[in-house]
Ligand binder design. Sequence first.
Ligand SMILES: Nc1ncnc2c1ncn2[C@@H]1O[C@H](COP(=O)(O)OP(=O)(O)OP(=O)(O)O)[C@@H](O)[C@H]1O
Length: 244
Amino acid sequence: MAVLSLDRLSKRFGARLAVDAVSFEVREREVFGLLGPNGSGKSTILRLVTGYLYPSSGTIRVAGIDVVRAARAARERIGYVPEDSPLYGHMRVVEYLSFMGRLRGITGGALDRAIDAAVERLALGSVRKTIIERLSRGYRQRVSLAQAVLHKPELLVLDEPSNGLDPRQIIELRGLLRHLAQDCAVLVTSHILAEIERTADRAAILLDGRLLTVEQIAHETLAAPVPSPLEALFLELTQAKAMQ
Ligand SMILES: Nc1ncnc2c1ncn2[C@@H]1O[C@H](COP(=O)(O)OP(=O)(O)OP(=O)(O)O)[C@@H](O)[C@H]1O
């Protein structure tokens, strides 16, 4: 069964049809990229999938559950990292994860185990007790991803996760997305074509709210994306700075 399925999904804002009869499926353990120019409807689709907006027509199912009719049950199966994901900067990483876990209804030993698992998956062990606002943007991104996987969602939804990251952090994010996709399906948007090409199994191209095509992306090394020669040189030359 598809983890996510959209069937003739439309969303109208007044006279503007932001999403126009879009249908596609995201499969288990797949990274699915949504590509499109500004204003093509990517963020609106993500807000519809995560239940922050209601469709004007069409259906959205997550693990077979209708997102509108059974919103709560569907949300339990989704982890979401919006663009510029809000973080409580004054909190330490574990305090924040504990807070977000309790909001999700996870408590006691289950919460401790969920935090340990998320910290491990996102390689946050060395910054567990660091105050979030002291972290680099790349690490803050990992904290956002960690809170989104605390409840072990079947679908992870990421809006422009590479925005604002430096080249090293973007290269690291690729590996993290592939790692996360071992346990859940990932729906990700990006303006950066090359990033979707490096990380996604399939990609959809949107224009003016309409889905133009869904393409399979051929990969040799998707399990652990290998940096290009220029990226490898960049990583080597900037290593000292990254260690600081
Ligand atoms: N709440 C809203 N009210 C009115 N119009 C909206 C609203 N949200 C989005 N739109 C419009 O819907 C269209 C699609 O916007 P959306 O933000 O989904 O595009 P996008 O592909 O995510 O673009 P970007 O990459 O710039 O974020 C745009 O024309 C936008 O102006």
